[in-house]
Design a protein around this ligand. Structure first.
Ligand code: ADP
Length: 463
């Protein structure tokens, strides 16, 4: 009997073995989801990660290159070869590394494998912050004031754009990420120098000198919306998160939901995100990031991948985002509708990093003692154990401590308790800093902006 086109499309998406092209806590997280779905897993590693605990729990474990990420976790050919050798049908990129690399998504599909993520063209559109802004404006998503085109070379035109937006402005690299490639310009006489510096930085770090300019918002919060979409025209949003606790534009603590935002204010924004996904034919999980100031939302960028902070949304929505992500990659129809999504209680996530609590300098070495908290509403996502060697080659994230409780105040109390019960010895960690932060009054009140943490650190150093 001939198959319907939908059935054959779904059949084409099936796979039973997944290469997890990542490391650390997210490799563990993805492996668990695969096992629950009855899928076989292939763990990969660099030479520095040969002893990684998730190697022994995977069905296959392949070392794909030297310790340097450029020669291992970013080596597309080595990962594709590992997939071929292991007979895998899909690759999960996790976050960071190749997760937002359109050329890699394309190479995976060309090799006849499934990329567990959006299509290469969605990644390319959203990976360029200018084309993302253009697509969002077209879909009716509110954006930060400023043109949706790259800055020209002509100095007079640049000056006019800045005046139209109004100082302060921020110069951003179209290909920027990880909090880099941005420069705030408080007044006109600093404009050209800031552009020259950011352009050079963008050329070196992101391979493209393309820049754009927007209004610099002076006291916004960072609020984001998690979406998930299938290949059959279904998309839902899973509530919102607040990631305003940042140091050097990098998130430190995240929470869901964002405190003090009335449903009738956030609802239209969530729906606009869903509409935007349908309009661009988005597939998989994604996050729309916004700045929120004086009651208004402004889109800044979309992350076309699973995010570090996805657990706070899992805790409040009850949706296993990684399982759902793999499900849609298999071609399944999303098994939840917007009406099914109800977010309950409050969740916090602390990023526990191997770094000094005062200087934030990375710390490598052997974990000599480890105690992790447990109990109702406590979750720890980690790959480390006593005896684990933290290498200097990669991101310093060693664990994510996540709590869930009925109210924000109860969730804060639960996080204090969980942090008190977390002991890591042998290396330095930011745990003392996190403990102090969860004792802070204004943070406990909620609704602090993206500059709050830096100011708090300055005061703490001065004291
Ligand atoms: P990245 O891709 O590097 O994460 P984003 O565009 O997401 O860059 O911005 C990261 C952070 O930089 C935001 O969370 C916010 O703290 C700050 N930021 C970005 N754009 C603006 C802006 N227009 N006004 C004020 N702060 C901004």
């Amino acid at each position: 009997m001939p198959e319907t086109s939908e059935h054959s499309a779904a059949a084409g998406h099936r796979f039973d073995t997944v290469v997890i092209a990542n490391r650390g806590e997210i490799a563990v997280r993805i492996q668990r989801a695969c096992r629950e779905l009855g899928l076989k897993t292939v763990a990969i590693c660099s030479e520095a990660d040969r002893e990684a605990p998730y190697g022994s729990t995977a069905d296959s474990f392949l070392c794909i290159g030297p310790s340097s990420a450029a020669k291992s976790y970013l080596n597309q050919d080595a990962i594709l070869l590992a997939a071929r050798l292991a007979g895998a049908g899909a690759i999960h990129p996790g976050y960071g590394f190749l997760s937002e690399n359109a050329a890699f998504a394309d190479a995976v599909e060309k090799a006849g494998l499934i990329f567990i993520g959006p299509t290469a063209s969605s990644i390319a559109i959203m990976g360029d912050k200018i084309s993302a802004k253009r697509a969002m404006m077209a879909a009716g998503v509110p954006c930060v004031p400023g043109p949706d085109t790259a800055l020209p070379d002509d100095p007079a035109t640049i000056e006019r754009i800045a005046l139209e937006i109004g100082y302060p402005v921020i110069i951003k690299a179209a290909g920027g990420g990880g909090g880099r490639g941005m420069r705030v310009v408080p007044k006109a006489d600093l404009l050209h120098e800031a552009i020259a510096l950011t352009r050079e930085e963008a050329r070196k770090a992101f391979g493209s000198p393309s820049l754009y300019m927007e209004k610099f918002l002076e006291h916004p919060r960072h609020i984001e919306i998690q979406v998930i979409c299938d290949d059959h025209g279904n998309a839902v949003w899973l509530g919102h998160r607040d990631c305003s606790m940042q140091r050097r534009h990098q998130k430190v603590v995240e929470e869901a939901p964002a405190a003090g935002i009335a449903p009738d204010i956030i609802q239209p924004v969530g729906l606009a995100c869903v509409q935007a996904c349908l309009q661009i034919g988005y597939r998989g999980v994604g996050t729309f990031e916004f700045l929120y100031e004086d009651g208004a939302f402004y889109f800044i960028e979309m992350n076309t991948r699973l995010q570090v902070e996805h657990p706070v949304t899992e805790m409040t929505s009850g949706v296993d985002i990684v399982r759902a992500q793999i499900g849609v990659a298999q071609g399944h129809v999303l098994d939840l509708t917007q009406g099914d999504v109800t977010c309950e209680g409050h969740s916090f996530e602390c990023r526990i990093n191997a770094e000094d609590s005062d200087s934030f300098l990375p710390s490598a070495g052997v974990v000599t003692h480890l105690a992790l908290p447990a109990g109702p509403g406590i979750r720890v996502d980690t790959h480390i154990h006593a005896g684990y060697k933290v290498s200097p080659y990669y991101d310093s994230l060693i664990a994510k401590l996540i709590v869930h409780a009925p109210t924000r105040a109860e969730a804060m109390a639960r996080m204090r308790e969980a942090l008190a019960g977390t002991e890591v010895e042998g290396i330095s960690t930011n745990i003392p800093f996190l403990r102090a932060l969860f004792e802070d009054g204004p943070f406990a009140q909620g609704e602090t902006d993206i500059h709050y943490l830096e100011q708090w650190l300055k005061l703490r150093r001065a004291a």
